[in-house]
Unconditional design. Structure first.
Ligand code: HEC
Ligand code: HEC
Ligand code: HEC
Ligand code: HEC
Length: 152
């Protein structure tokens, strides 16, 4: 019996070390995992509140439509119908809440249009693009294209 115990000792000692390690791991895990982790799923539930606290910058175009029905109608008539107002006018939630407080800046047109339309072989061929170096260079785009409905 005694000799059996002596022979098993070399298994029991590492088993004890392993169990201590497991215990330390469990304690460390409890200490570092945020309290709300796993409340709803495999993420920190309190992260939802953190995100909700961030200020809102974009109002969404439904908000713009309340006041700017004319621009909305014009935009919906052309190929820019898929471009949201704030894609061109920038985040405007302060303006939409109180138009007197701030006005969305109107971006320099050449920079705005070329951001999407400058010819580039990496763009899909169906996307309408022009090389501004040769497409009426030096003339502002809005002399010929109305930004809200750019077809001539
Ligand atoms: C509550 C009504 C209201 C809402 C909502 C609203 N606007 Fe306006 N917006 C105005 C008024 C009023 C003016 C000022 C018109 C003027 O000065 O001639 C204006 C002016 C503008 C201008 C012109 C700025 C300039 O320098 O002339 C732009 C661009 C504009 N709004 C974009 C937007 C966008 C984009 C949204 C949606 C995110 C939006 N607006 C939501 C009322 C509104
Ligand atoms: C493709 C870019 C683009 C989109 C999309 C766009 N706008 Fe504009 N918008 C412009 C530019 C550029 C001007 C300035 C026009 C100028 O100075 O001749 C302008 C001017 C305006 C003005 C000033 C008055 C006027 O008609 O010139 C208002 C108000 C306005 N936009 C609202 C809107 C709203 C609301 C939407 C969404 C329904 C929208 N815009 C979508 C580019 C855009
Ligand atoms: C956010 C990207 C974006 C911006 C900014 C933008 N466009 Fe467009 N534009 C588009 C898309 C998307 C289409 C539709 C492309 C298609 O279906 O082939 C389009 C279509 C057009 C067309 C073809 C219209 C037609 O009916 O054939 C012209 C012209 C045009 N845009 C000019 C302009 C001008 C001028 C400006 C600047 C005031 C501008 N775009 C700003 C995305 C943009
Ligand atoms: C002097 C007038 C004029 C000016 C300024 C002008 N364009 Fe055009 N644009 C045209 C004409 C005309 C067409 C249609 C003929 C064609 O398809 O080539 C056109 C077509 C386009 C198209 C559609 C191309 C296609 O494949 O169907 C885009 C995109 C465009 N222009 C963007 C712009 C941008 C961006 C600017 C400013 C940097 C600009 N244009 C300035 C006259 C103009």
């Amino acid at each position: 019996m005694f000799s059996n115990w002596k022979e098993a000792a070399h298994l029991i000692r590492p088993a004890i070390v392993f169990l201590i390690g497991l215990g330390l791991f469990a304690v460390a895990r409890k200490a570092v995992i945020p309290p709300t982790f796993g409340q709803y799923g495999h993420y920190r539930a309190a992260a939802l509140d953190d995100i909700r606290r961030k200020p809102i910058h974009f109002a969404g175009q439904d908000a713009c439509a309340v006041c700017h029905t004319d621009q909305l109608k014009v935009r919906n008539a052309g190929l820019h119908r898929t471009i949201a107002c704030e894609a061109c006018h920038g985040p405007a939630s302060i303006h939409a809440d109180d138009p007197g407080k701030s006005k969305p800046a109107i971006t320099a047109i050449a920079a705005l249009c070329t951001r999407c339309h400058e010819a580039n072989p990496a763009k899909p061929a169906w996307f309408k693009q022009v090389s501004t170096a040769s497409h009426n260079a030096g003339t502002s785009c809005e002399i010929c294209h109305q930004p809200h409905s750019p077809k001539l």
